[in-house]
Design a protein around this ligand. Structure first.
Ligand code: NAP
Length: 263
């Protein structure tokens, strides 16, 4: 059940990248529950269709469009934005959530992997945003939420490439927000710590292995609340930032970490 009104985003069209993943799928469900028309994207077609079906069942009358795309491809990025606009009109809300982990400790970094992480998490996200921003400027309104990470705000052991890409997204969020607000477009970020998804669990497990401790012990020790954040909690925060209730929140990074940001 949504904590938001079912018509909070009634006139909006939201594009959610990484919709096939843990955080993206929950975000898509929440935005559809709030009345937004949603365009779901990711590379895995079957997953997109399954999610669309789930949303249509859970939220009768939901407007759901799927378009699989590899964001690495310039053509596919262009086709995604164009076909989404054909389906439900210009995109007014954008959730830049697609992302990959990778890299490793500095002495194990290789150029290809670093470039892959930087490319997906930063460069392509900025290029996709550029396309969507064009039409938001014409509408003189829009809201964008970038899913960065606590690793985009402070150092993370063994994750220099990933953290570098997320710091870049934090810088993009804060700098772009200054330009975009002049055109009525709000840009913010959410910066989660460990989230209970495949990516979050594997990253917490890596930390546990390095310390020779169990996953449960590491979670208890590193997160004051004693648990990982759920994908729904991240989705709810994204949804809030997209609504008019957050009208004067501009260029911010909202941390969701069970207090681990203080450790
Ligand atoms: N989980 C955590 O603990 C955590 C913490 C902080 C921040 N984050 C960030 O939150 C976001 C979502 O993470 P998650 O945990 O939900 O991970 P996830 O389940 O692995 O989802 C990642 C998503 O990115 C998409 N993606 C990756 N490469 C792509 C490409 N080239 N083109 C199009 N889509 C691509 C994947 O879609 P396909 O595979 O279908 O292409 C998938 O939907 C990421 O940006 C991540 O860095 C996660």
């Amino acid at each position: 059940m949504s904590i938001f009104a079912t018509d909070a985003l009634k006139e909006e069209h939201a594009l959610i990248t990484g919709a096939t993943g843990g955080i993206g799928s929950e975000t898509t469900k929440v935005l559809a529950e709030m009345g937004a028309a949603v365009t779901l994207t990711g590379r895995r077609k079957n997953k997109l269709e399954e999610l669309a079906e789930e949303i249509r069942k859970a939220t009768p009358g939901a407007q759901v469009y799927t378009h699989s795309a590899d964001l690495v491809s310039e053509d596919e990025r262009g086709q995604l934005v164009e076909s989404a606009a054909n389906a439900y009109g210009p995109i007014s809300l954008l959730v830049n959530n697609a992302g990959v982990s990778g890299g490793g400790p500095v002495d194990q970094l290789d150029q290809k992997d670093m470039e892959r992480v930087m490319n997906v998490n930063y460069t392509l996200t900025v290029l996709l945003t550029q396309l969507v921003y064009e039409s938001m400027k014409k509408q003189k309104k829009g809201a964008i939420v970038n899913v960065t990470s606590l690793s985009g705000l402070r150092g993370t052991y063994g994750e220099t490439a990933y953290a570098g890409s997320k710091f870049a997204m934090t810088a993009f969020t804060h700098s772009f927000a200054l330009e975009a607000i002049e055109h009525g477009v709000r840009v913010n970020a959410v910066s989660p710590g460990f989230v209970d998804t495949e990516m979050g669990r594997s990253s917490a497990q890596k930390k546990a292995d390095r310390k020779g401790r169990s996953l449960e012990e590491v979670i208890k020790d590193s997160i004051p609340s004693g648990r990982m954040t759920s994908p729904r909690e991240v989705a709810n925060t994204i949804a809030f930032l997209l609504t008019d209730a957050a009208e004067n929140i501009v260029g911010d990074s909202v941390k969701i970490s069970g207090g681990s940001v203080m450790r």
